[in-house]
Design a protein around this ligand. Structure first.
Ligand code: ZN
Length: 299
């Protein structure tokens, strides 16, 4: 039996004004139900209860994945790969713009199989990549010759040694939220950039799909950020929010998965429609975007 952690306070702002908002199912691995709680003060949502850090690995095992129809799976995978290649260069430019530097020092947390670390190294950056999954680290080494390191390395780096830290869909997986944020502050130079991409449960597509919204991804996503909760947390930890940007492709990808969770067969037209609506709303209001990139500066 996995060891479980329940929060009596908001894991971000420590408020006691927290209550259950909805229940969501783990569609990709366990099929188990988890509650998602809401904080009335900072508006963070969080999964409740969560497996302990040393037990959650079981929920990342893909052996138990629900089999999806090959057509839909193929299409979603193709879309994912297209988007990833495109977005690597967009992310590089974003980082160069945020730091005002063509080349600098970077720590990428949740590096996966190393595609972004590789992109930045190609651009001449000095990069450290942290990745908890041993298998992913091995792929990064075989594919790019990059040696990613385990997350405990975060606490071994030097003070004010970095120009930038990136977490592309990684912070919502981190148990030690406060310890990580405090370490970001310690590691960055003054004026350094902290770039965090995270799903946005206040987005149009999240509201449309409710408990079927694929980016709840319980219990792997421990926290579900709103733009407000992210800005408040950053502020308390010594960062000001310099800018935020929508992630245009995420709404389509997440809508396609959400449709499949809602109806086994999936509804491609419905997914494209909701993805499009989410993006149209995000043109006028960044806070409607399915995922948001938060660009913080160390105060
Ligand atoms: Zn809170």
């Amino acid at each position: 039996m996995p060891e479980l952690i329940s929060f009596s306070h908001c894991p971000a702002c420590n408020s006691e004004s927290v209550y259950p908002a909805l229940s969501a199912k783990d569609y990709t691995v366990s099929g188990e139900l988890f509650e998602i709680w809401h904080c009335d003060d900072c508006s963070l949502r969080f999964t409740q209860p969560i497996p302990a850090a040393d037990k959650i690995g079981a929920y990342y095992q893909s052996a138990g994945y629900i089999s999806h129809s090959d057509t839909a799976k193929g299409l979603i995978n193709r879309l994912y790969h297209f988007v990833r290649t495109h977005s690597l260069q967009t992310k590089r430019k974003l980082l160069q713009q945020a730091t005002g530097k063509q080349k600098a020092t970077l720590l990428d947390i949740g590096a996966g199989t190393g595609a972004f670390v590789h992109t930045m190294k190609q651009a001449g950056w000095e990069v450290t990549g942290l990745e908890p999954e041993e298998n992913a680290r091995k792929v990064a080494f075989d594919k790019y010759g990059i040696q990613l390191v385990s997350p405990d390395h975060l606490f071994q780096l030097g003070k004010a040694s970095l120009d930038a830290i990136t977490l592309w869909h990684a912070l919502e997986h981190v148990h030690d939220l406060h310890g990580y944020f405090e370490q970001f502050y310690y590691l960055l130079k003054r004026g350094g950039s902290l770039v965090i991409a995270a799903p946005n449960y206040t987005s149009y597509d999240a509201k449309a799909y409710k408990e079927y919204w694929a980016a709840y991804d319980v219990p792997r996503h421990l926290y579900h950020f709103s733009p407000k909760s992210m800005e408040l947390l950053g502020d308390v930890k010594g960062f000001w929010l310099a800018d935020s940007k929508p992630m245009w492709f995420d709404s389509f990808y997440v809508s396609m998965l959400s449709e499949k969770y809602r109806h086994e067969s999936g509804n491609l037209i419905g997914a494209l429609w909701n993805g499009l609506l989410s993006n149209i709303k995000a043109i006028f209001n960044k806070e409607s975007s399915s995922s948001v990139i938060y660009i913080f500066t160390k105060k």
